[in-house]
Design a protein around this ligand. Sequence first.
Ligand SMILES: C[S@@+](CC[C@H](N)C(=O)[O-])C[C@H]1O[C@@H](n2cnc3c(N)ncnc32)[C@H](O)[C@@H]1O
Length: 175
Amino acid sequence: MPKSIEYLGIESSAKAAESACERYGWDRVLQITAEQFDPGERQWDCIVFNEILYYCSDPLSLLEKYAKAVSSAGSIMVSIYQKPGTPLKQRPRRFLSRNRPMSNAHCTKMVHDFIVRHGWRIEEDNLIARPGSAESWWICAAKPCFARLSNAGPLKNLYVARAKATLLRALAYLK
Ligand SMILES: C[S@@+](CC[C@H](N)C(=O)[O-])C[C@H]1O[C@@H](n2cnc3c(N)ncnc32)[C@H](O)[C@@H]1O
């Protein structure tokens, strides 16, 4: 990672955070969960969820939270490893792993549907395969649609005002 790029990594495990600090610098990685970290008013050009969303119980809330921390020209990137084999075979292993609330396949679908539903502008939506193996990674980059996220309040008020006006017109007509 070039020194000129301002980078902040978030990692919940103490051991993983320490090894990332040793590699990237002690001021560049925080040992904290993505749920606990408060991005404040800071705006970032790119926020990367690299193989983390399927560890989180509510990945969509995280996307909503961090979408507000992306600059207007910025993007969110998601990488989700696509396990080879049938989901049925993977279920017992996931059941035994306490820190994995959902399958990678389920998380991929949830995140993809969320991005489409919120009208985010998709810049990349690709499956990158490891040559000679059945393994692949879903890589998606999208620009959050701020109008639908942050202006949901005023838009809702507009609909309520329109509904009220229609009702008043209907009442006036009945009089
Ligand atoms: C497959 S590794 C991905 C590694 C890392 N994101 C990277 O870019 O190299 C998943 C990591 O996510 C971390 N993790 C799991 N849940 C987390 C959360 N809620 N917030 C932050 N990190 C989390 C785990 O400790 C683990 O090290």
